[in-house]
Design a protein around this ligand. Structure first.
Ligand SMILES: Nc1ncnc2c1ncn2[C@@H]1O[C@H](COP(=O)(O)OP(=O)(O)O)[C@@H](O)[C@H]1O
Ligand SMILES: [Mg+2]
Length: 147
């Protein structure tokens, strides 16, 4: 597991960009962290790595899944408002998972243990002010040595 320090939104976006460069179609990224931790900020960087302008990526208020026509496609899923597997069923998430898209999921814990284990796992911890610790599992640790 890699542990990185971020001191600004731009640094978190850069980490996302580096993650995005390692992703290929069919991969799933689970993104954990409290409200305001910086999950959507990190997704902006992933999007940019796939050729999507970062400003296109916003926190969805009611949309659960936002799809971007990059290559591979990006599916940005936010399960914040999802409560239980009945709810989950109605989101279309099972079509996303197992597709050829890169699927990034905020609040994966709201899906219980129903999501596939095979995924990149990112945890963002808010230390104080603009400081964050970002832990990343599922990408070779050596990749981060020059960050
Ligand atoms: N180091 C940092 N990394 C990410 N966001 C930060 C950082 N420092 C301050 N922020 C601010 O925290 C907020 C994070 O919001 P957002 O990315 O939407 O979080 P989440 O999706 O986890 O709820 C933004 O307002 C951002 O500007
Ligand atoms: Mg968010």
């Amino acid at each position: 597991m890699a542990k990185l320090r971020s001191r600004s939104p731009a640094e978190t976006e850069t980490v996302g960009f580096r993650v995005g460069q390692m992703l290929s179609g069919g991969m799933i990224v689970k993104l954990y962290g409290d409200l305001g931790a910086g999950k959507t900020t990190l997704v902006k960087g992933i999007a940019r790595a796939l050729g999507i302008p970062a400003e296109f990526v916003v926190s969805p208020s009611f949309t659960i899944i936002t799809e971007y026509e990059s290559s591979p496609r990006l599916l940005h899923i936010d399960l914040y408002r999802i409560d239980g597997s009945y709810d989950l069923e109605s989101t279309g998430i099972w079509d996303a998972i197992g597709s050829d898209a890169v699927t990034v999921i905020e609040w994966p814990e709201h899906a219980g243990d129903e999501l596939p284990d095979d995924s990149v796992i990112i945890r963002i911890e808010h230390l104080h002010d603009d400081e964050r610790v970002i832990s990343i599992e599922g990408i070779d640790e050596k990749y981060w040595h020059n960050m």
